[in-house]
Write a protein that binds this ligand. Structure first.
Ligand SMILES: [Zn+2]
Length: 200
């Protein structure tokens, strides 16, 4: 099956734009992402049941600074790997030139010169969510120290919250743009959906 078009075919119209660089969209995404992160960390705390005593013990064993350093490296590494996962999926499915970028509010990966069909678009969009969800979830349970479990819980929250744009796009595909001929142009921070005119 063909996964993309080099030009927008005749008979398509723009149906939806998600622009993370638009200040209103950016603000809503940041807010939603923060709420999701807070909700996940809260739920995780009920499972981990941290106590100040335990945390104090954990931290005094090998120093708080080391946990924070590993955490910071993990966080930066995760942001890079998240975008690379989008990139690998796009590359495997389209073999086209990718674009990557980072601003204060968004990190992104896109494939700006083509129009990607629904199936390939969904796969590339949701790939990081699917890959990293089990990673951080498992870490919460297997890491021995409470302080690290909490940091993993925060990473899980940040991951799911940070995926809110990816999840929103996927939900639109699943419930609104169900036509397999739906195309998306993804420049990185901005996704535009195109649907065949006769469909709507
Ligand atoms: Zn993403």
């Amino acid at each position: 099956m063909k996964h993309y078009e080099l030009e927008l075919p005749q008979g398509y119209k723009e149906a939806k734009v998600i622009d993370a660089k638009d200040s209103k969209v950016g603000l809503v995404m940041t807010l939603v992402s923060f709420l999701i992160t807070a909700a996940i960390v809260t739920v995780a705390c009920f499972i981990i049941k941290p106590t100040w005593e335990q945390l104090g013990k954990d931290v005094s064993t090998d120093g708080f600074i080391w946990h924070m350093l590993v955490f910071l490296v993990t966080m930066v590494g995760y942001i890079v790997l998240h975008e690379l996962t989008h990139g690998v999926a796009y590359k495997l499915l389209t073999k086209q030139k990718l674009t990557f970028g980072l601003t204060l509010t968004v990190a992104y990966c896109g494939v700006p010169n083509i129009y990607v069909y629904r199936k390939a678009s969904i796969i590339s969009m949701i790939a990081p969510f699917v890959v990293f969800l089990p990673v951080f979830t498992v870490l919460i349970f297997v890491l021995p120290l409470t302080v690290d479990k909490l940091l993993a819980a925060y990473m899980l929250g940040m991951h799911v919250g940070g995926c809110c744009g990816d999840l929103y796009g996927t939900i639109l595909y699943l419930f609104k743009y169900k036509n397999p001929k739906t195309l998306m142009r993804d420049t990185g921070p901005k996704q535009t959906f195109y649907v065949p005119v006769d469909e709507q």
